[in-house]
Ligand binder design. Structure first.
Ligand code: URA
Length: 223
């Protein structure tokens, strides 16, 4: 969300430098960071800016930094927990078997990873042996997710799986206690549903997951 005080500070600085003329680039007003610097202009800009990250130990072990993929103006932002082995190799989230299932689910709600959907993870680098993200890793990486949300401005965020849900909501509860409720993350409505890998492991969850995605489709159609 834009910060009014920072925006005011920016306008005052601009006025003292250039007078009353306001320059707007590419029809987008620059994003002002907390330290007063100008933020990234686009997701691709931001990707370039952070892809050398070595803030936590995962950076040294990664093959590829997995920034995210999809429509930069998406209404729907899907967030998983962290890249797996295949994602680490290819540099794209959800490209393994679970990803193929996710693509089918998106098709069923008339969307795709290029159309009205953006997909990323809480962590941008693969944890060893696909272990859960550590709190310290989440702490280092979460500001990247916040900036992605700022740039995309989705109407709905969907956390895929218990780990993503509990990490984003700061709740240590089971998936069933997070589903069916519209939470909020950074002021944006957030729902939690099954991780597609869980649907591959247990097809009994598929009907409930489909209910969740029908809810998601209706929400997006209405908002
Ligand atoms: N699981 C995740 O949570 N994210 C991926 O990108 C792949 C599998």
């Amino acid at each position: 969300m834009p910060d009014i005080n920072l925006a005011q500070k920016y306008l005052e600085q601009t006025k003292s430098l250039f007078g009353n003329e306001l320059f707007v680039q590419d029809e987008k007003v620059d994003m002002i960071m907390e330290d007063g610097s100008i933020g990234p202009k686009s997701l691709s800009d931001y990707h370039l800016q952070i892809s050398d990250c070595l803030k936590c130990g995962l950076g040294e072990k990664r093959d590829k930094f997995v920034f995210g993929v999809g429509d930069p103006n998406a209404n729907l932002l899907l967030i998983g927990e962290a890249p797996g082995a295949q994602e680490d190799l290819e540099g794209e989230p959800f490209v393994g078997r679970a990803g193929k299932l996710l693509d089918k689910i998106l098709k069923a709600i008339n969307r795709s990873r290029d159309k009205d959907v953006y997909i990323c993870n809480v962590l941008k680098c693969r944890p060893p042996n696909n272990r859960d993200p550590l709190p310290s890793e989440v702490e280092q990486c979460e500001s990247y997710l916040h900036m992605q949300i700022n740039l995309i401005q989705p109407k709905l965020i969907v956390a895929l799986g218990r780990v993503a849900g509990k990490t984003l909501l700061g709740l240590d509860v089971q998936l069933k206690d997070m589903r069916h409720e519209t939470h909020e993350y950074k002021g944006i409505p957030l729902r939690v549903t099954y991780h597609p890998a869980a649907l591959l492991r247990n097809s009994n969850f598929k009907a409930a997951a489909w209910d969740d995605f029908k809810w998601i489709r209706e929400f997006l159609d209405k908002n």
